[in-house]
Ligand binder design. Structure first.
Ligand code: T5A
Length: 232
């Protein structure tokens, strides 16, 4: 029996089926508009009467938020991409156990601003952590809690970085934002390759359009893929 509240410690983890809510993740590069679109989608779903849990990565549970601070400050950068990938996985395991799985098991929708595809892209495809290690960490962290739908907000790198810089103002760019433009380009291509590889899970939305148009495209993707009527 679990007494610690941390089943990822090695005890068997409860399964998120069968009375399971819906799990939607948003992915994309810097400044793609994920946080904005997540909030709008949650509002639309709540107006339909659904319980919706909005969360994010890295973070989404007290333990994972503590790891987020370490990762985004750059404090773990010196240990290399594999160590960072392990920290992202540790944060994700806690996030899944403390936040996502309990919500899904009570039938709520969960919308996460980033999830395991970010590790595949940032630490894997463009961080040089071998794919088999990324897959092994993912298996441990995610277990059976896989997204039903992933919205990839695709935006040209220069537009995304300009939006992120405008929003940041005088604050310093974080560990990943500050990297060279060509790395951001590789990340964009890697996300698109993931989407091509799993077309049933992904919906790719052109996020360079105005916010209302992007929000409508997201809503259409969610309704058409997850069986909701588009209009009230
Ligand atoms: N990471 C994360 C990894 O390396 N591995 C992992 O496994 C995980 C989970 C997280 C960082 O960690 C890395 C990836 C990231 O580098 P973060 O602070 O959580 O960092 O930031 P991001 O997820 O990168 O998100 P951003 O803060 O860059 O931006 P969003 O959420 O995509 O965009 P948003 O909604 O904040 O919008 C940015 C600005 O643009 C405007 C908004 O109003 C806002 O000002 N905007 C638009 N403007 C014009 N047209 C539109 N359509 C717009 N949409 C939004």
């Amino acid at each position: 029996m679990t007494t610690t509240g941390h089943p990822a410690s090695g005890e068997s983890r409860p399964k998120a089926t069968p009375a399971r809510g819906r799990f939607v993740t948003f992915e994309g590069g810097e400044g793609a508009g994920k946080s904005s679109r997540v909030a709008e989608l949650a509002d639309r779903l709540r107006r339909r009467g659904f319980e919706v849990v909005v969360t994010r990565e890295p973070g989404g549970s007290p333990g994972a938020e503590a790891v987020r601070r370490v990762l985004l400050s750059g404090a773990a950068e010196a240990f290399g991409p594999l160590a960072e990938a392990i920290l992202f996985a540790a944060a994700r395991a806690d996030h899944v156990d403390q936040t996502i799985r309990p919500a899904l098991m009570r039938g709520a929708w969960v919308i996460s601003d980033r999830f395991h595809d970010s590790t595949r892209v940032y630490q894997g495809a463009t961080g040089d952590v071998p794919a088999d290690r990324v897959a092994a960490l993912e298996e441990i962290a995610v277990d059976d809690v896989r997204p039903d739908l992933t919205i990839l907000l695709d935006v040209p790198v220069e537009i995304g970085l300009a939006r992120a810089a405008a929003r940041r103002g005088d604050a310093v760019a974080d560990r990943f934002e500050k990297e060279e433009e060509k790395i951001h380009e590789r990340r964009r291509r890697a996300f698109l390759a993931l989407a091509r590889g799993e077309p049933k899970r992904f919906v790719v939305v052109d996020a360079a359009q105005d916010p209302a148009t992007v929000a409508d495209a997201v809503w259409y993707g969610v309704c058409s893929r997850l069986g909701l009527a588009e209009k009230d």
